[in-house]
Write a protein that binds this ligand. Sequence first.
Ligand code: HEC
Ligand code: HEC
Length: 280
Amino acid sequence: MKSRFFPMAFFLVCAAPFCTTAQQPGNFFQQNCSACHTIGGGRRVGPDLKDVTKRKDRAWLEEFMEDPPAVLHKRDPYALQLQREANGIAMPAVPGLTPALAEALLNYIDAQGGAAPPPAAAPSVAERLFTSEDLAAGTELFQGTRPLSQGGPACISCHTLGTMTGLAGGRLGPDLTLVYQRLGGRQGAGAWLTAPPTPVMQSVFHQHTLQPDEILSLLSLFEDASQRSHPAAATAEIPIFLSGGVLGAALGLVLMGWIWRSRIGSVRRTVLKAAQRGAA
Ligand code: HEC
Ligand code: HEC
């Protein structure tokens, strides 16, 4: 009850003049930040923002939020440390984050800080083990042979997946083979897909939200892909990377040999015949 009351109290306060910004910071936070941050609900891709204004001064935080890449670019030691703690992931610039909104967001975060984590801010993915049905459903959703219930476009129109050989995926979005690890496993990637924070993904899926069961299926697919293409990522990144390269080169040679043979076959036959005729 208390946690429900808290955002409401905030919106009442919001009748005050500082909230005349077009965007309510609470809504803005849900749509643009909650995929990577909680307020008191633990770390996601980015740090838990509870008490953030006690850790670091507001001026710094506002500057950072308005343009994280610029602050990282200056090699700001605190920002670099945050990035290390986030497995090297940097916070992207969030479109529409004006100075006034940055200030309002910090006020919002402060106001939430004392309460339990707001219910809607912590979409957590079911804990059960993935099944082969999840994997099959994820594959179909990714490829578009099973439509997304809210009508979003199939992932394959913009993404490739290393384990889906023989199917050419789109190139607009990045390859998703290792996305499961990159976004922090089931919880991190799950939160990400619940409210995609990046420009293209957000504009595509804002109106066509992925449903929890669909997200679970897709996570199963991504877990499988990352395991199969990077079986021991944590312990043996370099050898696997190398052997992948060697394997690729070997395959390339075999393929070239094959193409060469069939292409040269007919040429060689005529040349051979000519040579034989010449010798005779
Ligand atoms: C795609 C994920 C992502 C999104 C979306 C995102 N952040 Fe971040 N955020 C991060 C990461 C990762 C870090 C820490 C790494 C770094 O230095 O960039 C961070 C750091 C921060 C920090 C500094 C935290 C500290 O402990 O000092 C603040 C404040 C912050 N983010 C606020 C926001 C707000 C507000 C939004 C929404 C308008 C937002 N972030 C959206 C990933 C994200
Ligand atoms: C219209 C093209 C398009 C479609 C369809 C699409 N994506 Fe994306 N996706 C992108 C682009 C472009 C990016 C790069 C970030 C951005 O600009 O949004 C991206 C980024 C991502 C990322 C983050 C990758 C990373 O390395 O950080 C994930 C995860 C993702 N998409 C998952 C999906 C899933 C799952 C689907 C299908 C349900 C899907 N996408 C459908 C274009 C698309």
